[in-house]
Design a protein. Structure first.
Ligand code: Y12
Ligand code: CO
Length: 171
């Protein structure tokens, strides 16, 4: 069932999520709800905390700029970045920060170790959009939002555009 996506400045988005210990029916329902929510909202990535569940769970299903699917659904539990290299810049958006998009500097490539919904070990070497998406979603698990990675100047632009009192009242 699709859930409401929590939006900034809701304080729950600052929470540090905890590792999943039981790979049971509750986890599977959470993953299914996250997917329904992501589909309904038009996202390509979602962390569990964005629907109010502080667990280290994220999902990705990547699309190109024309909306064509470019990856299968990835269900990622208890992820750890085990290798990172290079630097890249990409314009990011977030379902929890609607209507704001900005370029963020991130690692170009990351290797991530995680568990699937049954508790099996998985590891992936990610580059391109997948690398950005993993880093964006893992930030959510650590209570960090993408605008916190902007330069001072761009952060001021965010505060002016997004936090303007007339606008925030409508979010
Ligand atoms: C690259 C950059 C960022 C990510 C993280 C995942 N981000 C998203 O899935 C963002 C989705 C998004 C969707 C929106 O709504 C529609 O497109 C229908 C949206 O629209 C509004 O805010 C109005 C904003 C963000 C992964 C890879
Ligand atoms: Co996000």
């Amino acid at each position: 069932m699709a859930k409401r996506v929590i939006t900034y400045p809701d304080k729950r988005l600052k929470q540090h999520s905890k590792d999943v210990e039981k790979f049971d029916e509750n986890l599977h329902t959470l993953l299914d709800d996250m997917y329904a929510t992501m589909l309904e909202s038009g996202g390509i990535g979602l962390a569990a905390i964005q629907i109010g569940t502080p667990l280290n769970v994220l999902i990705l299903e990547l699309c190109d700029e024309d909306g064509n699917k470019i990856s299968e659904l990835m269900e990622v539990i208890n992820p750890k970045i085990i290798k990172k290299e290079g630097e890249t810049k990409h314009k990011e958006g977030c379902l929890s920060v609607p209507d704001f998009y900005e370029e963020v500097v991130r690692f170009e490539k990351v290797s991530v170790a995680y568990k699937d919904r049954h508790g099996n070990d998985v590891s992936v070497d990610a580059d391109g959009l997948m690398s950005i998406a993993f880093q964006h979603e893992i930030d959510h698990l650590n209570g960090k939002l993408f605008f916190e990675r902007l330069s001072i100047l761009k952060r001021k632009k965010f505060e002016k555009e997004y936090m303007a009192p007339a606008k925030i009242g409508k979010k």
